[in-house]
Design a protein around this ligand. Structure first.
Ligand code: ATP
Ligand code: MG
Length: 420
């Protein structure tokens, strides 16, 4: 996905997430408010009933106005027209709160106009134990003569007990959003890193190619000089310069080719190819390069048809696969190439009897820079880029790439190329 496309998806996604968070916030606040309202309604209903119970007992009239006043968040005053008996009040409070299912601690006190104090207080807990009588703890209210006050110290806790479900659901949602955002952040930073890596490889290789070409040309000029050709020691040094610059040049070219498959404008130049003859040429080349006997790379082919492929990349991937088959063979090198047709596909199969790959490493084969850990031996040199390149080229052609291997027995690489 290109940078622009990512942002085109990312911005609406972030806006949607912000919307969800805001809606969740409103929902939570509403849930809290309605919990609070429900609590207050219950208190009003219960306290009205208590006032009615007391007035029924004594047959006194209830005040026409200001029966119940909420003095603070959790403190209520019930105004009556008569003296209040503490025992009856506690009995009615308990009964009415229980009836309306308002099961929470409460504290009550009765105003005594003679002493101008809140008296006969009691603290009632859910555990049905009552605390010591608490006097003078509840605030007074000077406008009335007969009243009692009720305080709910655990009002917030009570509202929480109905609020926990919305809170839990919102927390799960917010946690999921957090993980999604974290994954997005990781994804973006990985994209950035891989883009930086590609541009670094590109710049480095370009920077190296110019001085390398100059070195090569200079060494070639030197090798043609009479003074050098007369002196065998100097000729040998110049030859080393030539060989090494050639080697370095081919390595830089490999990295460049691999980097080119990773750019957005990687285009295949497909043409008609005869896989058998192309592979046969590369086989000869490898036999020469590694000083092998012909039978060390055997080749069998059946009836096949031409394929459409990018010739340059096709040759490179065969070179990479054969290079591995030879490099990772210890002792005897015995590589076998099979080329045959299945219904609508051409199959290229390269098997070796080399060191093989452990099953746990197989899934990482083809990842950029992955090399099987060979301890401190480092017998075989490499970048861990060859098969990554092969995988990329196969993917671009829509070919199937498979690798099977058994440790210490050998490896088989298979490429399936659909005809047409
Ligand atoms: P280079 O970039 O020079 O090719 P490389 O050979 O290490 O370096 P790849 O060709 O991508 O990188 O191979 C990745 C790893 O897979 C190798 O380091 C090696 O451990 C393992 N491997 C690949 N082919 C074979 C094989 N035929 N037999 C055993 N191991 C192999
Ligand atoms: Mg390799």
């Amino acid at each position: 996905m290109s940078g622009k496309k990512i942002y085109a998806v990312l911005i609406p996604a972030l806006l949607a997430i912000a919307g969800i968070v805001i809606v969740q916030g409103f929902w939570l606040k509403n849930a809290w408010d309605s919990g609070k309202r429900a609590f207050e309604e219950k208190v009003h209903i219960a306290l009205t009933k208590v006032a009615e119970d007391i007035s029924n007992l004594t047959r006194a009239q209830l005040p026409a106005t200001d029966l119940i006043s909420q003095m603070s968040g959790n403190y209520y005053i019930v105004h009556l027209n008569q003296t209040i008996d503490a025992n009856s009040l506690e009995f009615y409070l308990k009964r009415e709160f229980e009836d309306i299912n308002l099961i929470t601690d409460f504290e009550y006190g009765i105003y005594d106009c003679y002493t101008d104090q809140m008296v006969y207080g009691n603290y009632i807990t859910k555990e049905s134990e009552t605390r010591e009588k608490v006097e003078n703890q509840l605030p007074k209210y000077n406008d009335f003569i007969y009243y009692f006050g009720v305080r709910f110290p655990n009002k917030t806790k009570f509202i929480y007990s109905v609020w926990w479900l919305p809170l839990l659901l919102s927390s799960i949602l917010l946690l999921s959003i957090f993980f999604i955002l974290y994954a997005l952040k990781e994804l973006i930073s990985q994209r950035k890193l891989s883009r930086m890596q590609k541009s670094f490889i590109n710049n480095m290789t370009h920077e190296m190619k110019t001085p390398l070409s100059s070195l090569k040309i200079s060494a070639e000029v030197l090798s043609k000089s009479h003074i050098i050709s007369k002196d065998p020691r100097l000729s040998q040094y110049v030859q080393i310069m030539l060989d090494q610059s050639e080697h370095l040049n081919s390595q830089v070219n490999r990295v460049l080719e691999i980097a080119s498959t990773q750019t957005a404008n990687f285009r295949l130049k497909k043409e008609k190819l005869n896989a058998i003859s192309e592979i046969a040429i590369i086989r000869e080349l490898m036999i020469k390069r590694y000083n092998l006997r012909k039978e060390q790379i055997s080749m069998n082919s059946g009836e096949t048809k031409d394929i459409y492929a990018d010739s340059f990349h096709f040759k490179n991937i065969i070179k990479n696969i054969l290079d591995n088959a030879i490099k990772y063979s210890i002792g005897t090198i015995a590589v076998d190439i099979q080329i045959f047709s299945l219904a609508h596909t051409l199959v290229l199969q390269f098997s070796d009897k080399g060191i093989g790959i452990d099953q746990k490493d197989l899934e990482n084969i083809g990842k950029q820079f992955f090399r099987v850990d060979q301890g401190d031996l480092h017998r075989v040199k490499g970048f861990g880029l060859g098969l990554h390149y092969v995988v990329n080229v196969c993917k671009a052609h829509k070919w199937e790439f498979r690798i099977n291997s058994i440790k210490d027995i050998g490896t088989t690489v298979k490429i399936e190329i659909p005809y047409g």
